[in-house]
Ligand binder design. Structure first.
Ligand SMILES: [Zn+2]
Length: 263
């Protein structure tokens, strides 16, 4: 098992959002990483979802040399205790992750108290600023609220993962210094808005992601999503945009490094 290089090759594919620590990938995680590397994936970012999995995410970095983000995900709101913000603060200082994430707002699931989500989100944006880190955003039915907080807290950029908003919202995030993550949703013919945005937004605003093991692509719906699928997403994006794959790969690699302030 060869770990990922801390500084990947300039034209390699980077999976900017992969929950490699998820239990669905536990049975053959080494194989999933080897398969991704064989498909040209030179690095991946593993975001945390709560204080309870910081150790799991750190273990991924130790074993595979991947990049990590640490944060409290809005979907797991119930598990986040008040002192987890202090734990996060300490973990950011101790472990130097590439970003604070995965954080954000989810207004799709009705059981998640919006005010508590916003409080947690704002506090994490403050932590990101204090530690000089970009953020990896979960944004569902909440783009305008997320933008408001990004502006107020003067967020230093990052990635809006699995972007699924309007063209206007995309442009506002780009102006705020964010890249937009595209992945499995592009593989569905019915995802017309996402496909149109992937085809037409400025090349400099795009990054690729699998969100493995979630967001199963149209071509592999029967099993948990895997980081190796990113190679097909890149080919599809090149086709949608009518751009040569090698140049697009190099641009996506640059964009991801810039989004994570690693450029
Ligand atoms: Zn995620």
């Amino acid at each position: 098992m060869t770990p990922f290089a801390a500084r990947p090759e300039a034209d390699c594919l980077i999976d900017s959002h992969c929950h490699l620590d998820a239990p669905e990938l536990a049975a053959d995680r080494d194989a999933a990483v080897a398969e991704a590397q064989a498909a040209g994936i030179g690095q991946l970012l593993v975001p945390a979802v709560g204080a309870g999995n910081f150790d799991d995410v750190l273990a991924m970095r130790s074993r595979y040399g991947c990049w990590i983000a640490l944060g409290l995900h809005p979907i797991y709101l119930e598990r986040h205790l008040d002192d987890h913000l202090a734990l996060l603060d300490a973990a950011l200082a101790a472990h130097a992750p590439a970003a604070v994430g995965e954080i954000g707002l989810d207004f799709y699931l009705p059981e998640l108290d919006p005010r508590r989500q916003e409080r947690l989100f704002v506090e994490q944006l403050k932590l990101a600023r204090r530690h000089g880190l970009p953020v990896v955003l979960h944004v569902r039915r909440s783009v305008d609220r997320v933008l408001k907080h990004l502006r107020e807290q003067k967020a230093e950029g990052g990635i809006a993962h699995a972007f699924n908003g309007s063209e206007q919202q995309a442009q506002a995030l780009i102006r705020q210094g964010f890249k937009l993550g595209f992945g499995g949703a592009m593989t569905y013919d019915g995802s017309r808005r996402i496909r149109r945005l992937a085809a037409t937004l400025p090349q400099s605003s795009l990054v690729l992601e699998t969100d493995a093991p979630d967001i199963r692509p149209a071509f592999a719906q029967d099993a948990p999503n895997r980081p190796a699928h990113l190679a097909r997403f890149a080919a599809l994006l090149a086709e949608l945009r009518g751009e040569p794959l090698p140049a697009l790969r190099a641009a996506l690699c640059r964009n991801t490094l810039a989004a994570l302030a690693l450029a």
